[in-house]
Design a protein around this ligand. Sequence first.
Ligand code: GDD
Ligand code: MN
Length: 383
Amino acid sequence: MSMIETKKAPRRKLSAPDVSLVIPTYNEKANIAPLVEAVRSALGDIPWEIIIVDDDSPDQTFAEVSRLAREEPRLRCLRRVGRRGLSSAVIEGALVANGSAIAVMDADFQHDERILKQMYEKLTSTGADIVVATRYAEGGGIGEWDATRAKMSDFATRMAGMLVGNQTSDPMSGFFMVRREIFASVIYDLSQQGYKILLDIISSSHTPLKIEEVPYVFRARQEGESKISVMVLAQFLFLIIEKLTHGLIPPRFALFSIVGGFGLLVHLAILNGLKLAGFTFIAAQLTATFIAMVSNFVMNNEFTYRDRRLTGLSFLAGLILFCVVCSFGALANVGVAEIAIHQFGNWSLAGLAGAIMGAVFNFSAATSLVWRRPRKRVVSVAA
Ligand code: GDD
Ligand code: MN
């Protein structure tokens, strides 16, 4: 006899899921239980599984999922530690999915889970590769958004159109269903940056995709708060740059250079202003350099390195370090320009070579010294 008493409960047959629902979460504890219920009634007799990908939420969403999973084996939690990011969370969740269709949905009830069944039926009946839940087609809507958010979304949707044309009316949707083999076919090409996983999948596909849509009305968030921020905007720019340059130019470097170009405009504007005010050239040049450096620092802190943003005392320390780095960058710039002028004798070419050297130097030094990778958050939790 074994030591362990085995109960003779009738074995429930677990069938392989048709739909794997991947739900990224960050501080969504209060939404989990009602969400699982809502999905259960929305999908009815279609076999499903739910994979919650939680980035070690401070509110311990992962513990809530584990608790519920004891009663509901179709629910699982993938807890990621020391990582953040919506796209990468979705991708990793999709990689452990077993369903023939992978659906992606938010945890906050803004995406109307009641259309999940319709989405699955459309996927199978039309043979589509992706079914997008859209806010921008007949029958859909953006709900209670204020004018600013609506304009931002509209602008982002147009920008996204640069990448994917008019294949879908809502390329920024975070709510869609994709065939698992389509997802598998783009896995190595996904940028994994930011929020725009659907846009990432469509723009990464090597062959044109058959895309169908189901309209829905975006709802107000049930519990908790939105994580969308300037960060999301910066990451969106990253994705557009990366896809448009086919990964040739690192997006962070592109943003850094755009900020640098903007700083040059600031510099020239101030220089000319001070000239009118009667400053000597050297005084005006020094002032303009300093102000341009500060403005570059602030812009890089807001956008280029949004994910590592410095505040308070580290902001000041970072600013000083950034000025020191830029001074060395200027030396590198002049050094290379000098070599180039002897080599080619062409002023513009030498100037350009120097500027590129300066930018690359500043970028690498800023990335490794000023905005260093944040240290890991250490928390002790009972899971
Ligand atoms: N794992 C993980 N990691 N999940 C995250 C993270 C993260 O860093 N950031 C956000 N989430 C989760 C949230 O918990 C939520 O379930 C979902 O991702 C969406 O986050 P929100 O903060 O609610 O985003 P939103 O409502 O402003 O924007 C959403 O809807 C838009 C319209 O469809 C997103 O899905 C956008 O991508 C989408 O465009
Ligand atoms: Mn939301």
